[in-house]
Design a protein around this ligand. Sequence first.
Ligand code: MTE
Ligand code: MO
Length: 423
Amino acid sequence: MSAVSSVTHHETTYDRRRLRQWLAGEARADGVTRRRLLTLLAATAAGTAFPLTAPAHAADPPIVKPLPPEWFIQRGTNAETRWEALRGTGYHTPNELFFVRNHTATPVLDAADWRLTLWGDGLRGTPGEENPVEFGYDDLRALPAVTRTAFVECAGNGRSYYTTQQGDTVAGTPWTLGAVGVARWRGVLLADVLRRAGLSSYAVDIQPRGLDAEYVSGGESLGRVRRPLPLAKALNDVLLAYEMNGEPLPYDHGYPVRVLVPSWVGIASIKWVGDIEVSAQPLFSPWNTTFYRLFGHAYPEEGSAPLTRQTIKSAFELASGATFPAGEGQVLHGRSWSGAGAIARVDVSTDGGTSWRPARLHDRPRSGAWTRWSLPWTPDTSGSTHLLARATDTTGRTQPDTAISNTQGYLFNAVVRHPVTVV
Ligand SMILES: Nc1nc2c(c(=O)[nH]1)N[C@H]1C(S)=C(S)[C@@H](COP(=O)(O)O)O[C@H]1N2
Ligand SMILES: [Mo]
């Protein structure tokens, strides 16, 4: 289901009012082109039932890069990478194949006009709206550069298996396992930028915010995408990245600059970052209260603590329902990753979970990224079966048979049953 097609009457009224406010200079619309707003306003003025869907969608698709169906499954404003498309692509996910998760739509920004603003009472001298600390694109480029290979993975990756394997009812985009990618990110340490901005010893949280449009949910604007990050993580290994796999960040992945929070759920890695609040008090946003906590029978009423590290998963570089000729030697390939540590071992079953063999690991263990593996297989009897892979990381976490359900279907970690047919 596409987010644009789910616009309700309530949202329509709200948007019309907001557009009028924008025209009157009473609403901010950072990251939305004037052209786009004028198109929307024209539709309103025409006195129609405000057909937001058609003009906005036709003129401005939510994702800029091509999404050939052999590489991607389109899911509303998002695009999921097909695992079979990763076969033979090497360790890093090519930029063209990397999944996209957009709350609204990719804003096409210009690095020359872009500014990163730091403000808040966690900075010395409390820079406010009149005296913010600003960095331009070239300012960041002039700081010492660091490179880091890391996955970005949506907290909801694998969500559909809560339903298909466990019969749980969960809300959200029904990803299979393709809402993850690994890239070589280059940029500056957020710690460097914070220190140059005058980080005070009272700071506890920072909150980066994207320049994409405000996110409207249930007829209410939640503002622009933003999520608090504890200072301890911000100072540890977080990047302000301007390159992805040796190229400037593609538009869809945050051009000109995104936050990259290694090992954490994807929402922490704010794209198109425009400002960072530095706060002496803990911060809240919908993205660490309503969303990205665990709710459900296994969790307290107010939900779990905000999600931080990713869980552990494995995937085969194969289409769902792939077919294999009986009696022919094959090599199965896949990848496993964990937010807690490096992958220590992977066990694979080619008979629906009855017997298991250890896979050969192809990459030196590293945390925050995946390990490729393979296993030879000669299918004998024809018919349908399931391939299963179970990873264990260096901290001893392993994939269970069943994941503990939560209402929004985050952090699916159970072994996935991958259907195949031997013919
Ligand atoms: N500004 C902004 N940042 C964002 C998002 C967004 O919609 N807007 N989506 C987040 C989510 S939920 C995920 S999983 C990752 C996805 O990154 P990618 O699209 O580069 O794969 O970006 C995160 N950063
Ligand atoms: Mo996400």
